[in-house]
Design a protein. Structure first.
Length: 250
């Protein structure tokens, strides 16, 4: 089990850190992924998405942000959701060989006052796993969670599955490239470079991101589909990452 490292952590007076990897520059993950037992106001994800709570969360964020475009609201909401879900998952998987249990039906979520996702609860700390190729590493995340959320984002938020998968890909790519050693850069490239996954199924991450060289020689990561944040008041551009040339220097 990957819980061994947790026993040696210094008591902070708060919930026990879910992973030994959630320390130093990754300590913020302790605020995003915790045991469900420590997330007192957590709502089971199936109930959250099916009961109208998700729709109310989008409406609250639209109201507090002053946004009027429903798709842009849902896309930004999903960016908060995917970052809080995927980065801690990859950090624990890469640094501690810990596969967090991210099965959709077994997790809880809670929102901030503005309606955006604040934290997730998981049932256990998961299990130890050997390192493997990229789809073995993120397969549980894709098959047991992301594939369940994307349809809700389309049905309630109005964003296309391609946009939703692109939003998730950004954070997985970021986590792989900033958390792990150099070989994981190749894994990140394979995640978006393979049209089919090892099981023969279409890869929803295919071609979502491209690492390109600018005229000055700078290497940049660029999305295939814009996240629509430019339609939200007061939200800064994502710069060179943006799929729209007109928005990159805003």
């Amino acid at each position: 089990m990957a819980t061994a490292g947790r026993e040696n952590m210094v008591e902070t007076g708060g919930p026990t850190p879910l992973s030994a990897a959630f320390s130093g520059p990754h300590a913020w993950c302790n605020e995003k992924m915790v045991l469900s037992a420590d997330l007192a106001d957590g709502i089971p994800l199936p109930e959250f998405f099916a009961s109208g709570a998700f729709d109310r969360g989008l409406s609250l964020y639209a109201e507090t942000s002053g946004a009027s475009d429903r798709r842009a609201v849902a896309s930004m909401w999903s960016l908060f959701y995917f970052s809080a879900l995927t980065i801690p998952y990859v950090v624990a998987r890469v640094l501690d060989h810990q596969e967090l249990p991210v099965v959709f039906d077994d997790m809880t979520v809670t929102l901030s006052a503005d309606g955006l996702p604040r934290a997730f609860g998981v049932a256990t700390a998961g299990e130890w796993r050997d390192a493997g190729e990229i789809f073995a590493m993120i397969g549980p995340l894709m098959e047991e969670h992301l594939s369940r959320v994307v349809p809700y984002l389309k049905a309630t938020g109005g964003i296309s599955p391609k946009l939703a998968w692109n939003n998730a890909a950004v954070y997985i790519d970021y986590a792989l490239r900033t958390t792990g050693p150099e070989p994981l850069h190749e894994q990140a490239g394979a995640m978006v470079g393979c049209r089919l996954m090892p099981n023969g199924a279409p890869n929803p991450f295919f071609d979502c991101l491209r690492h390109e060289e600018e005229a000055d020689g700078t290497r940049v990561c660029r999305r295939k589909i814009c996240c629509l944040r430019y339609l939200l008041p007061g939200v800064p551009s994502c710069g060179s990452l943006c799929a729209l040339p007109s928005q990159r220097n805003q």
